[in-house]
Design a binder for this molecule. Structure first.
Ligand SMILES: Cc1cc2nc3c(=O)[nH]c(=O)nc-3n(C[C@H](O)[C@H](O)[C@H](O)COP(=O)(O)OP(=O)(O)OC[C@H]3O[C@@H](n4cnc5c(N)ncnc54)[C@H](O)[C@@H]3O)c2cc1C
Length: 481
């Protein structure tokens, strides 16, 4: 990182190349600037579609006081900024264009300590990624509800809800949050957030999405018991059996110890992995056998620890969410996969650059009421998450058309229901209700108290309270799918 003096040198450079932002001098001692390799590293985001969106500088706070300074400066001088955790937002929410107006990124990567607070709790600074947390928790006899992908940031993931392999057993990541520390948007206060202290924030920060109420600097999660052994299987299902398997999955009432991870890949193959936490009923065992019978090939393995299983999955199975390629994304929750939805899904004719992956919900997630946390969609049984990668503008447009077509067909089936705020896209109509259902009104009240729209610059198109209107969808003939 630049020293203060070097950074002041950079300020001179910036004055010609990028213009001096009102916070440059004040934050120079903790910031990196264009021309420095750390700036280049710090501005990388998971979806390179946003690689050209570059801030005036990146602040790299190492302490809570540093974060307060960043927020105070932005607030007092009306400088736009954004906060970056793991940088996985599919729509580039953790970068900001600042070359004209001095907008900057507060990147929390230097604040990533992970401590086992006592036998049942782990305290994580907000700049950690899930791999940092797993490195520590795997040394204990416990599990933590966290991201399937190791590089996903703890902060963005948790603030939106957080689905995990073990969510059907232990709930969403937000259901395991014990407490948080948040800095207010003007940087003046460091507030403790628990069930009983600032209870409104404790509700809103669990599912309301990143970038809304303040900057969270740490999370404390409950640890969950591990299991004596774990079973894992992966399989490929082809041709006519894909529709049969999808219908079967939709009708299966599986034990909460079982999680299905599956994708419809190009060639309309179904790639499916199941995670079994070891104790399942005979009925669930039989249902998994049905899937194996439909498989063209399958492998089963046993693991002694969850971490071995997770490592095996993330290193051996084609990961369902792409990294380092520009992508366009669409996603929605599905109530179930009925036979008619299975038919729609097998008729998708997945192009070579796209695939559709499914997150298996239900189980303990659905034991909580819609209003228990800001995460509304408790009764969805699956999320379908579709990505298409592209290498030029015409491929991007073609992919967007493809996704728009198939999502319109799914919506018309009446079996979709709402969207996950952590898998956002920018042309979602009625986004307030689609993300938050009737929890939106309460979120608005809490936003007014902690981050009023007429004050400060911590406001984005998809923030609570924003009057953002998505662009009109194009009217076009649906292509043959
Ligand atoms: C490869 C990949 C795998 C994924 N796997 C999963 C998965 O297994 N389960 C799941 O539920 N989701 C998953 N997701 C979705 C993921 O939860 C979201 O993309 C999430 O926003 C990522 O968090 P982040 O910190 O990495 O992102 P960032 O882009 O850094 O942040 C996302 C949003 O949160 C805000 N934010 C970040 N830090 C803070 C903070 N400290 N305080 C306040 N606001 C903050 C940012 O400003 C931004 O608006 C995955 C996404 C990808 C790309």
């Amino acid at each position: 990182m630049a020293t203060f003096l070097v950074a002041l040198g950079a300020v001179t450079l910036i004055s010609t190349a990028y213009g001096i932002g009102p916070c440059v001098e004040e934050l120079a001692d903790i910031s990196v600037f264009p021309g420095e390799s750390l700036y280049d590293n710090s501005t990388v985001v998971n979806n390179p579609a946003f690689a050209d969106v570059l801030p005036a500088f990146v602040a790299l706070p190492t302490t809570v006081e540093d974060v307060q300074r960043c927020l105070a400066c932005a607030y007092q001088k009306s400088v736009p900024f954004t906060v970056k955790g793991g940088g996985h937002s599919a729509i580039g929410m953790s970068t900001i264009e600042g070359r004209e107006n001095g907008a900057f990124v507060i990147y929390l990567s230097q604040m990533k300590s992970v401590e086992i607070a006592n036998k049942f709790l782990v305290k994580v600074q907000a700049g950690a990624r899930w791999e940092d947390v797993y490195d520590i928790v795997r040394e204990t006899d416990y599990l933590v509800v966290g991201g399937i992908c190791p590089s996903v940031g703890v902060a963005g993931y948790t603030l939106g809800g957080g689905f995990s392999f073990i969510s059907r057993k232990y709930g969403l990541a937000i259901d395991t949050v014990h407490s948080m520390t948040m800095i207010t948007v003007d940087g003046s206060q460091v507030v403790s957030v628990t069930k009983t202290t600032n209870a409104d924030l404790f509700w809103a920060l669990r599912g309301g999405g990143g970038g809304n109420f303040g900057v969270v600097v740490d999370f404390t999660f409950k640890l969950e018991p591990s299991f004596p052994s774990y079973e894992y299987g992966d399989m490929i299902i082809k041709d006519d059996n894909v529709e049969k398997a999808l219908s079967a999955i939709g009708s299966m009432d599986l034990d909460q110890e079982v999680y299905l991870d599956f994708s419809i890949a190009p060639g309309n193959e179904l790639h499916l992995a199941y995670v079994n936490l070891g104790h399942i009923s005979r009925a669930t065992g039989l249902k998994i056998s049905i899937l194996k019978e439909l498989a063209w090939k399958h492998n089963d393995r046993k693991f002694n620890t969850y971490w071995e299983l997770w490592k095996h999955h993330t290193t051996n199975v084609e990961y369902s969410r792409v990294e380092n390629i520009p992508i366009t994304v669409r996603a929605t929750f599905l109530k179930t996969i009925s036979p008619s939805m299975a038919r729609i899904l097998v008729e998708l004719s997945v192009p070579a650059n796209c695939f559709h992956s499914f997150i298996h919900l239900g189980g303990t997630i659905a034991d909580y009421e819609h209003k228990y946390t800001a995460f509304f969609h408790r009764t969805a049984n699956f999320e379908i998450y579709s990505t298409c990668s592209y290498s030029n503008d015409s491929e991007r447009q073609e992919s967007e058309r493809y996704l728009l077509d198939i999502y319109s067909i799914m919506e018309r089936s009446g079996e979709t229901g709402g969207n996950y705020v952590n898998d956002p896209f920018l042309d979602l109509k009625n986004w307030q209700t689609m993300y938050y259902g009737y929890n939106y009104d309460r979120l608005l009240e809490i936003q007014k108290k902690w981050n009023p729209l007429d004050k400060g610059t911590y406001h984005y198109p998809l923030s609570i309270g924003s009057d953002y209107k998505p662009p009109m969808r194009r009217k076009h003939e649906h292509s043959e799918l």
